[in-house]
Write a protein that binds this ligand. Sequence first.
Ligand SMILES: [Zn+2]
Length: 207
Amino acid sequence: MVEYLDAARRAGDTLETAAVREGSGAWWPTGEKGSLTLRTNWCSGSSGAGTFLVRLWAATREERFIDLAEAAAAAIHRERWYSPLATCHGLPGDGQYLLDLADFTGQQRFRHWADDLAAIMMTRNTLRDGLMLLPDETSSDITVGYATGLSGCLAFLLRLGHGGPRWADLPFLCVGLRSHHANRSILIEGDLLPVHLNRSRSLAAAE
Ligand SMILES: [Zn+2]
């Protein structure tokens, strides 16, 4: 529907206006009145804004949207040592966005950046009863929630290792786009393709 695309384009306009650019990166303010805090995460900041912008670019092919989406990725990569391990507001969610960007654009540098985030996650591991685990959003406890804990970390690491889209994306996004992920050609046009198997496997592992 054209009117929905127009509305999405206006949302993109707003994000473009609100972005804070510094060097090659783009950050967004948290939105609270008077706050000057800038974030790079999914629930607030570059990862969430970029998640929308890369899809808006795929639908419109307007260069300004992919430029901003790539700047969001640069900010995420620059801030990577300061983010907790939470899909909602930390490295796993940021990494999911970098994998989205690699799939949408075919640029492997974003996959390498996702590798960098995973390496930082590994530095924060801890041993419990002989098992290597990752802390949750608090950095001091281990819980298993998707948005704030271990299952979200696993979902990112499984996708990083085995490919496929972000599990919440199917089947309505990426229409007509081919993924450039190694050994996989993802063309989503309403058909069930092998990528769904990856998704099911990620979900099964996360549950
Ligand atoms: Zn959050």
